[in-house]
Design a protein around this ligand. Structure first.
Ligand SMILES: NC(=O)c1ccc[n+]([C@@H]2O[C@H](COP(=O)([O-])OP(=O)(O)OC[C@H]3O[C@@H](n4cnc5c(N)ncnc54)[C@H](O)[C@@H]3O)[C@@H](O)[C@H]2O)c1
Length: 265
């Protein structure tokens, strides 16, 4: 039977629209900017490290010919997030995608977590995701049906680690935020999902992965026998932003080479 409520093919998604990527200057965020630019999507690279954000924006423009823009910003500053909306929309033409990849690990068992550490981790990893969604909502809405948001959570959002108290709480919080926001955003045909990477070869993990025994152990623990590249995660994010994911919202995609499927953490 034909479903008359299904959107027409040409109304699905917004494949040429711009995407704002926080944490776009390094690791998963950087790979995401490049993966998006490689399929013709304009990108606005947001990062607290302005030099690396600029460099990534330049790569996207010079290597892939897309419009690009960068912003040096601390996403724990809500006012700065709000002030970043108009310049990004103006530079890209419109914004139909948002990726919150900026994150900090803030390691420490509960005995070592003071208010300052707690706030610094939660503000960047979790609160910024909510504020970004709120301030970009009008732009995502006016960009057309098919606008989409991806929050970069972690397998640590699904399983606990005693040494990553605030981090685990922030990443689990992103999963709850994603579920809650899917209802409000669905009213405007905007999708939102989380991606949960396992161990990824990025500057954040570099100190750990530089230790051969740890790298070997983490690689062997995953059924696919290796740690992820940032590009592995970027492709999943690009998928969730695309028409291919047109009926996926409010959920999380674990991209960990099978790490937690076999209880390896
Ligand atoms: N690397 C992993 O194994 C792994 C696993 C699971 C989840 N993640 C998540 O993936 C995301 C990206 O991490 P990554 O591994 O690419 O690390 P990364 O350190 O390479 O990149 C993080 C980026 O976020 C930026 N950033 C940090 N604080 C910021 C702030 N206050 N405002 C704006 N930008 C800020 C940094 O400057 C950096 O460019 C993070 O949310 C992280 O928690 C990483």
């Amino acid at each position: 039977m034909q479903n008359n409520n299904a959107p027409k093919e040409n109304l699905l998604g917004n494949p040429d629209s711009g995407v704002v990527v926080t944490g776009g200057g390094s690791g998963i965020g950087k790979a995401t900017c490049i993966a998006l630019a490689s399929v013709g999507r304009p990108v606005s690279v947001w990062d607290i490290n302005g030099a690396s954000a600029k460099e990534v924006a330049e790569i996207c423009n010079s290597d892939y010919g897309v419009k690009s823009h960068y912003l040096e910003i601390d996403v724990s500053d809500s006012l700065a997030i709000e002030q970043g909306v108009d310049p990004s929309v103006e530079a890209l033409g419109n914004v139909g995608g948002l990726v919150h990849a900026a994150g900090v690990p803030g390691p420490g068992p509960i005995d070592m977590v003071d208010d300052k550490l707690w706030d610094s981790v939660l503000d960047v990893n979790l609160r910024a995701g909510a504020i970004l969604t709120r301030v970009f909502l009008p732009a995502l809405k006016s960009s057309g049906p098919g606008s989409s948001i991806v929050m970069v959570s972690s397998i640590e959002g699904h399983v606990g680690s005693g040494f990553l108290t605030a981090y685990c709480a922030s990443k689990a919080g992103l999963l709850g935020l994603t579920r809650a926001l899917s209802q409000r955003l669905g009213m405007d045909q905007i999708r939102i999902n989380s991606v949960c990477p396992g161990v990824v070869e990025t500057p954040m993990m570099a100190p750990l992965l530089a230790i051969d025994e740890i790298r070997d152990k983490l690689s062997k623990q995953a059924p696919l026998g290796r740690v992820a590249t940032p590009e592995d995660i970027a492709k999943s994010i690009r998928f969730l932003l695309s028409d291919e994911a047109s009926f996926i919202t409010g959920t999380s995609l674990i991209v960990d080479g099978g790490f937690i499927a076999i209880g390896a953490i």
